[in-house]
Design a protein around this ligand. Structure first.
Ligand code: PFF
Length: 448
């Protein structure tokens, strides 16, 4: 007989764990700079549409696969579609999770360096150029960033080793409310800055002329990355949901909270940027160069800097745990190895990928594939290709292959919870999502 599967302890715990996975560097680091580069309000509108329609649908499809099968990402397809090729979606998810773990741990490590420097009172430089030079010097160093990756990996390892309830659930229940409190404090502080209204205007006032195909593409990629779909992370987490959980409602809560955090991050960053007369379209360095420059010009800047980077580290931790769990659960269950052995393999090999990604800013920077460094290559392959293609095939699988009676029974807990928009959901995953995602992938690859 099959062993009873571990489940999250409480509804609150599982929502916090899923929100913890979704809310990460993607919301606080990536979203603001993407929005800043793509016209602020115009990007926001398209983004919200992508998240609410496509992100939500793929998440619910993943929830279905995970809870119906009670298996890890590969095992799930073996159970729901035995002896078919659908399990490739699961392998794609495991590999994507592993690779994202690698480059994500680099940026996560940077947050620890900034926490350290904030405490040491070193977030000060004479100019933006100096901040940029310091940042480049740090990221291209062969030792320091690697040390921080090691620290971050060890923390992640410890949480995953503790297991689903004591590790993942407990950490998320503690960290996520803290994250919301910190973010609220930072929002208030930012809104109190002189001229903050200009930042809000930039962020919230849509200029429809700025909505180009490029904006749509970036917004979709960002939406998937942000709600952690396409790489089977939500399949793995939903396999730990118990059968009484209202999954449509949970998916709506997770996506809504994730979007609220992204918007709050924008409210923290854009007023600060305009208040100090800096252009919001700074790209990836927005958070690591522009913000420290702003903090140092504020009273108690070191403290605000510390608070902000603690927030970023918390967000990163709960997300990276979920990537680790995807691979650990796969190894543990598919190869019948102990959980601690599986977790150790993931931590050691993930650390190795992290080191290579980090060194690609320094001594390995001459090593380029398609003209880009390894860090950017992994970001591109995973976020742009593996997640979007994974998301598309998950929709096709659930929309076209799964029996709709089985789907409805699982999503409504055998008719005990209401899901009024079931047919709309089916329509989206059958037709709308696959077509839009396919167009985006083709466009990203430059095929038209
Ligand atoms: N959603 C996370 C973020 O916004 O930072 C990143 C992420 C986590 C992507 C887990 C994919 C994943 F499976």
């Amino acid at each position: 007989m099959k062993k009873q599967r571990t489940t999250f302890n409480s509804k609150f715990g599982l929502v916090m764990a899923s929100v913890g996975s979704a809310v990460g560097l993607g919301n606080i680091w990536r979203f603001p700079y993407e929005a800043g580069e793509h016209g602020g309000g115009a990007f926001l509108i398209v983004y919200v549409f992508c998240v609410l329609i496509l992100g939500l649908s793929v998440m619910l499809a993943e929830f279905f696969i995970g809870r119906a099968s009670q298996e890890n990402s590969v095992g799930a397809f073996k159970v729901l579609a035995p002896h078919t090729m659908w399990k490739i979606i699961g392998y794609n998810g495991v590999i994507a999770a592993f690779l994202i773990f690698g480059f994500y741990s680099v940026v996560s490590g940077w947050t620890l360096e900034y926490i350290y420097q904030s405490i040491a009172g070193n977030i000060n430089a004479s100019s933006v150029e100096k901040f940029t030079a310091d940042f480049d010097k740090f990221t291209s160093d062969a030792f320091r960033p690697v040390l921080w990756i090691l620290v971050f990996t060890l923390i992640t390892h410890a949480v995953v080793l503790l297991g689903v309830k004591k590790g993942i659930e407990r950490t998320s229940k503690l960290m996520m409310p803290l994250l919301f409190v910190i973010l609220t404090v930072l929002c208030i502080r930012s809104l109190m800055l002189p001229n903050s209204i200009e930042g809000l205007k930039f962020f919230f006032k849509p200029d429809f002329s700025k909505i180009t195909s490029d904006v749509v593409l970036s917004a979709l990629g960002q939406a998937f990355f942000s709600v952690s779909v396409g790489m089977c992370c939500m399949i793995t987490y939903a396999s730990y949901f118990n059968k009484s959980i209202n999954m449509p409602r949970t998916a709506v809560s997770v996506v809504t909270l994730d979007t609220v955090v992204a918007i709050m991050a924008g409210v923290v960053i854009f007023p600060a940027v305009t208040s100090f007369n800096i252009s919001p379209s700074q790209g990836p360095s927005l958070v690591f160069v522009t913000l420290p420059n702003i903090f140092q010009q504020m009273p108690l800047g070191g403290l605000w800097s510390l608070i902000f980077f603690v927030l970023l580290a918390i967000a990163a931790l709960t997300s990276i745990i979920s990537m680790h769990e995807v691979v650990t659960a796969y190894l543990h269950e598919q190869y019948r190895m102990s959980r601690s052995k599986a977790a150790t393999i993931v931590s050691l090999s993930g650390f190795a990928v992290g080191v290579i990604c980090s060194l690609s800013f320094g001594i390995l920077s001459h090593f380029r594939i398609f003209g880009i460094i390894i860090f950017d290559l992994l970001d591109f392959i995973t976020a742009n290709l593996m997640l979007t293609l994974g998301g598309m095939f998950i929709c096709i699988f659930v929309g076209w292959f799964v029996d709709k009676k089985v789907l409805k029974a699982e999503l409504t807990n055998n008719g005990t919870v209401k899901f009024r928009l079931f047919s709309v959901f089916v329509f989206v995953i059958k037709y709308i999502a696959p077509v839009i995602i396919a167009l985006v992938c083709i466009k990203k690859l430059g095929l038209f």
